[in-house]
Every structure is written in structure tokens, then in C-alpha cells.
Design a protein around this ligand. Sequence first.
Ligand code: DC
Length: 205
Amino acid sequence: MIIAIDGPAASGKGTLSRRLATHFGLRHLDTGLTYRAVAAALLAKGLPLGDEAVSVEIAHNLDLAQMDKSVLSSHEIGEAASRIAVLGGLRQELVELQRRFAEKPPGAVLDGRDIGTVVYPNATVKLFVTASAQARARRRTDEMIAKGQEANYASVLEDLKRRDERDSQRTVAPMKQAEDAVLLDTTEMDIETAFQAAVDIVSRA
Ligand code: DC
């Protein structure tokens, strides 16, 4: 059983995916972390983000168990991940890694940008989780403030819009709702309501 969850940054797809995995007894992979881990390694080595050969090599040796979300979730690493995500060879390497993870029983919830379109076009069920850019920026700003970080709503909104644009306009595996994905717009929902809606969609499938 494969549950494919795609959607833009700060849509809530990560939280939903984790909770769906627990609820249905499946393994979970946040595929954004795989792009972030490669980006972080390039940044740490001071290497250019456009170096495809090196990024493929890093991806080839990536250990999913070593990915530390708290380290990889920084804004700088997110931006760098979105930049390297245009590299076709790198995507191929990471997609193989993601499939190897998901194929182990009993199945998995994968979240990202291209799960329903590229990684698992035959997924058991596909969700495209979204919310207005304003709602996503508001949630992201509140999250940052809760963590004691400085946050400015207007610049968070600008950043999100720029990232959406880059992720949806790239030529290779752009972020896009698969034709057979169910759209879950959480603009007017709190996390509990969104989770219940997601459980209903998966249960029906
Ligand atoms: O979901 P996230 O913010 O952790 O993802 C970081 C970047 O990685 C995102 O801007 C684009 C890229 N990404 C991707 O291209 N394909 C995926 N399946 C997941 C993430």
C-alpha cells in the first residue's frame, strides 16, 4: 500500500503524512528531506549547487536513517534544496532511493512534490494537499515565532511564492496535482479537521 501526498511548501502535508502513517500502520518518508540532505552536504563542502555529478554521488551514498530533520529544516537548506531539485540526474538517484524505502512491507506514506506523478503513478491513493499562500505564510510565521525565531509575515509570504514558482515551473518532475489525486484544500481547516478529511479519503480508497 502506497499513499502519495504532494503539495506546496507549508501546506501541512508533512504533519498529515506522519499522522496518516501512524494511523494506518505504514512507514513514512518525507522526500523533501532527501533533497535537503543533498543540499546540506553541498553547502557544508562549499560546492556549487549546480554540480550535478557531485550531487548524484552524495545522493548515491545517502543514508535515510542519518537524516536529521531538526538540522535540515532551516530556511537556507530549503532554498538550496529547491534549487538542486531541477537536476534530472539527481532526481533519478533520489527517486530510486525513495522507491527502495517504500517497497518494504507493509508499505508507506511518501510526501513531496512528484510522488503521485513520478515516483508512484500507481499509488493506492493520492492526495494533493494545498492551502492559500496567505494561510501557509501565516502558519509558517506562527510556527517560527513559537520556536522563538524571528519571523516576518510579508517576507515569509514572498519566499513561499518564489519557492512555489520554482517548484512548479521546473522542466523535470514539476510540482503538479496528478489527474487522479484528490485535492485537499486546508485553507479553512485546522489540523484535526484536515486529518479527519485525509483519513476519510484514504479509507474510501
Ligand atoms: O518539502 P520541503 O520543503 O522539505 O522540500 C524542499 C525542496 O525539495 C522543495 O522546495 C523542492 C524539493 N522537492 C522536490 O523537488 N521533490 C520532492 N518530492 C520533495 C522535495
